[in-house]
Design a protein around this ligand. Sequence first.
Ligand code: KG4
Ligand code: ZN
Length: 344
Amino acid sequence: MKILAIETSCDETAAAVVENKTRILSSVVRSQVKEHGMYGGVVPEIASRRHVECITAIVKKALKDAGETMGSIDAVAVTAGPGLVGALLVGVNFAKGLAFAADKPLIPVHHIRGHIAACYLADPPASPPFICLAISGGHSHIIAVDGYTRFRVLGRTRDDAAGEAFDKAARAMGLGYPGGPAIQAAALQSADDNRYRLPNPKVEGHPLDFSFSGLKTSVVNLLHNAGQKCEAVDINALAAAFEKTICEALVVRLTAAALNTGMKTMGIAGGVSANLRLRGMLTEAAAQNNLDLCLPPLWLTGDNAVMVAAQAFYEYEAGNRAPDELNAVATLSVNYQNPAVFAV
Ligand code: KG4
Ligand code: ZN
């Protein structure tokens, strides 16, 4: 079975063809990072317009690279939420038209379920049950993946997502957008992770939850106070302290969730899971606690359509098809059971 998948939930226009769950026939990703960079973050209106401009060419290229046509594709899948509604609508409407015209089943995919599915394509791959840390620009969740379409959220951020915290802190430090890779690069230049002390992003009484906004505020305050006193700030050391604080919080909670639930495997997913310090710290934590660790390849951590296709196979097997009224939804729990939730 071959699935053509489309992803437009944020600032990447992506299409891919995957055969029988794991055989990647093509993957095309067109990033808008340059367009949004000058504004220091994603501008939703610009994102939607860029998706409209390039989606036809991206889908055509994904089919061509795979050596397929719509006639040889068995189903179309599309990210229908969560994400920026205007951006999502471009992919959703394109996929609806394509599936209708070619008379193929249409499968709606939850963006975070898609990110988690990158773990099924890792080497070695994970398979449920496992504990997954889903960390992107919009999400920071610790999720028990009980089955391919069954999830429990065990911990979550109370305010900013991990990627959002990286992006906002990088902006305050003058490091540019996207903030995660910029902070990682600056931190690698620093020999001292402990020069600055930042608050632990904990939530009293909820050991698996995070609160990243206080961390971001303390970076902003530190820079502001130093500026007022005309003191220099070692930005590389501040980036290192910030990255270390976030990574420690993520690693402690993911490991605790695995030990609490008795699950033997930990996985990571989403744009922030590309972070090299996080990967190193998790590798150590897994070894210390005798847990398996699934690290998807870096090219599958950011938004792409391969992961959407990978999840779509399991949605298809579970009988999940798009309702005729398929719409885009900005927020949606990862644990919905009926795809009718996408028809609001
Ligand atoms: O999953 P993703 O590509 O898009 C969303 O669904 O949001 O995640 C994007 C986020 C951005 O906030 C970006 O700064 C962050 O992932 N990111 C990183 C790294 N690479 C990307 N954060 C930390 N370290 C990285 N190496
Ligand atoms: Zn994403």
